[in-house]
Design a protein around this ligand. Sequence first.
Ligand code: FAD
Length: 467
Amino acid sequence: MVDVLVIGGGNAALCAALMAAEAGASVLLLEAAPVEWRGGNSQHTRNLRCMHDAPQDVLVGAYPEEEYWQDLLKVTGGITSEALARIAIRESATCRPWMRQHGVHFQPSLSGALHTARTNAFFMGGGKALVNAYYRSAARLGVQIRYDTPVDRLKLDGGRFVAAFAGSERIEARSCVLAAGGFESNLAWLREAWGQNERGEWPADNFLIRGTRFNTGTLLRHLIDAGADAIGDPTQAHMVAIDARAPLYDGGISTRLDTVSLGVVVNRDGQRFYDEGEDFWPTRYAIWGRLVALQPGQIAYSIIDAKAVGRFMPAVFPGIQAPSLDALARQIGIDETSFMQTIASYNAACRVGRFDHTVLDDCHTDGLTPAKTHWALPLDTGPYYAYPLRPGITFTYLGLKVDEHAAVHFGGQPSSNLFVAGEMMAGNVLGKGYTAGVGMSIGTAFGRIAGRRAALAAMKEPAHAVA
Ligand SMILES: Cc1cc2nc3c(=O)[nH]c(=O)nc-3n(C[C@H](O)[C@H](O)[C@H](O)COP(=O)(O)OP(=O)(O)OC[C@H]3O[C@@H](n4cnc5c(N)ncnc54)[C@H](O)[C@@H]3O)c2cc1C
């Protein structure tokens, strides 16, 4: 029997496996995906939000604990655990030397990633390189890895872990770390959580999943049904507006669109529905997934004109192009009259000052609802472009309740040998909202804690004491 069983194959699972192996435990890691798709959502990531009190290699300035905490408090609207959030924040200050030991390299923030040079350390080669480095290091430390092994249930004795089942196979271990992601890839569960809207639509039917298809939440549901304490609202998730032409799964970051603040966004009826210039796009992009989810048909179109070309990160899919606005409306199949009215009212309301996309400039609309408060330039220069938008779900926040040792709880009592890390418990810190890079901070901090605690728990198990 191995000491520590780790279920999952992304960042949190790998951090746990590495820590447990370093503590001297024998470790078996079970990844649902085949080897070529290993690494879950972590393979799509780019950076980690890091606390630091002075400049550090790739990080400029300082990002003290209090500022990081205030940022989290703001985005979550207070739906967070301060004690657990501060653990993730403090660990983010010290984890990078350990990450380097396991082969992760960092690089300065890219020029397209606004405002992150101070707060976020970027992985050289992205999340794929990070995951590959961790798998190599795990193999060197003797961690056994099995791919194509989705675990569907556990055998528990009260709150104690006894064994995991992958189909008919029973796998025993002295302790266990769950790091199998959220339920964002489970279309049926998303449908159930989001329900039917007033138009009789099932909004989740039109969601795209930005990451892995393997995070089906099978164990999350199993554990909740088995009496584990849960935290979070199933409809809360990190959700952005992405290119509607993205694949259903694994489109990753390349399907992101940065055109919204440079033009207007209309829904299927040709109507605008939100201030496209409210704030810098990287600060606002995470609210647009939900905004599009609330529109009829869960579709919207970002409309720009030739003046915007060259001002945004190139999109992976080309914009739908037309020489005139009415031709564009026909091409995207929305009501031409209503669309033309919307654009005419917007153009007439634009009060153009000094356009500057790098600051919250003074180009705004007057007397228009909803207003566009910055970067409002009339759409008057052909050719015109439309980019279709759909809600792109990154990860869900419903998870298992934990304490500072990452122990799974049953009826308020911590399990002695069952731990959880990453998306499966991120809802303890993220009740709602998001700030870039915090997913990997939470996964790294609690993955490392869970691995350490699981190794300790395994040593305490009676079978180990006898051996
Ligand atoms: C496109 C995209 C970009 C992102 N960018 C960033 C970023 O730059 N910075 C950041 O902080 N966060 C980012 N995130 C969020 C980040 O990916 C997550 O917060 C983090 O990776 C979660 O790590 P995890 O280990 O919990 O989950 P994952 O990395 O998703 O790993 C879960 C693993 O569990 C496996 N699994 C699932 N079910 C089972 C089962 N039943 N049995 C066995 N294995 C199972 C999966 O195959 C997978 O390997 C991004 C997410 C996406 C989708």
